[in-house]
Design a protein around this ligand. Structure first.
Ligand code: 3HC
Length: 285
């Protein structure tokens, strides 16, 4: 099994800053790679805020928080940021061409022994691995939002991922106090193949006038003990992300059961993307 000490995380958005947070809090040196100084600063501010929340709840001490922040270094250049790390976790938007460009650069500059992982929610791990010269050292490491809270890491094996790499990623996930669950590379893996059709069906319920959004959510919260209803969760994930994932499922399986609800498409077209735009199925301050 490979020894992992230093990790690069590419992208400091919702998922990326959470991933940096958990690696740094569990003792790893982390390189946070962003495209602009202000994006890196915003990610660090979010991490600072979420660590303070943990200090207030007495889950960690002020010293733990300071030590965690000390372990994070920011970079604006991918090649520089990955040059001496053991593991790279990519967490940029779900656009294949963007990820391809990044992994080509990472493959060129990361040490030969480094494992390359993607936090993609649905893009094929095998297809991403194929843009690198090391498909056997490529794997999916899928975290869940909010990353510091959610226990699951879905570990996705591409066609050529080696057993040694899978083992390393399963072990490192445990060191992050997460529970790794293995899956093979199929559209949406397990998580989004099961979750997104539920969210889509909830949207069809609204579209067809079966119930108002708050009532759809109440049914699932009170009847099925979901912490958030499917429409609140869709807003939380981002309606654009939900649509991207449904399109990957629809195109990947060529099965009409994954057809995105027209109301979802309309809301994304209107720029109502959920929490990040302050409005989706619900309104936010
Ligand atoms: N960082 C650190 N701690 C956080 C946090 C963060 N970003 N967000 C919440 N917390 C902590 C809170 O401090 C609180 O701690 P406590 O238990 O010690 O009091 C705990 O988490 C619960 O938070 P809150 O009390 O603020 O709020 P809730 O009880 O309503 O829980 C929630 C919030 C954890 C988000 C809960 O509603 C939930 O589990 N929702 C479902 C989330 C989910 O399904 N996520 C998966 C999305 S799918 C995905 O990510 C995959 C992608 O591919 C689409």
């Amino acid at each position: 099994m490979s020894e992992i000490k230093k990790v690069a995380v590419i992208g400091g958005g919702t998922m990326g800053n959470g991933i940096v947070h958990v690696f740094a809090m569990n003792g790893y040196e982390v390189h946070l790679i962003e495209t602009k100084k202000e994006f890196a600063e915003r990610a660090l501010n979010t991490i600072d805020k979420n660590l303070s929340r943990m200090v207030n709840k007495e889950k960690i001490s002020e010293n733990d928080k300071a030590a965690t922040l000390d372990r994070i270094q920011t970079f604006l250049d991918v090649n520089e940021g990955v040059s001496d790390v053991d593991l790279v976790v990519e967490a940029v938007p779900e656009v294949f061409d963007l990820k391809k460009k990044i992994f080509e650069a990472v493959d060129e500059s990361a040490p030969d022994h480094a494992i390359l992982a993607s936090n993609t929610s649905s893009i094929s791990i095998t297809k991403l691995a194929a843009v690198t010269g090391r498909p056997e050292r490529f794997i999916g490491m899928h975290f869940f939002n909010p990353v510091p809270v959610m226990k699951l890491v879905e570990v996705i094996n591409g066609l050529e991922t080696s057993e040694e790499v899978t083992k390393t990623i399963m072990e490192i996930s445990k060191k992050l106090n997460k529970v790794p669950v293995p899956a093979n590379d199929f559209p949406g893996f397990v998580s989004n193949r099961v979750l997104m059709p539920m969210i889509n069906e909830a949207i069809f319920c609204v579209h067809e006038g079966v119930a108002e959004p708050e009532h759809v959510d109440e049914v699932m919260k009170l009847g099925m003990a979901h912490p958030m209803g499917p429409l609140r969760l869709a807003d939380f994930i981002g309606l654009d992300v939900c649509l991207d994932i449904l399109n990957v499922l629809y195109e990947g399986f060529k099965d009409p059961k994954y057809r995105p609800a027209p109301l979802l498409v309309k809301m994304v077209d209107a720029g109502k993307l959920g929490d990040k735009t302050d409005e989706g199925f619900f309104k936010y301050d």
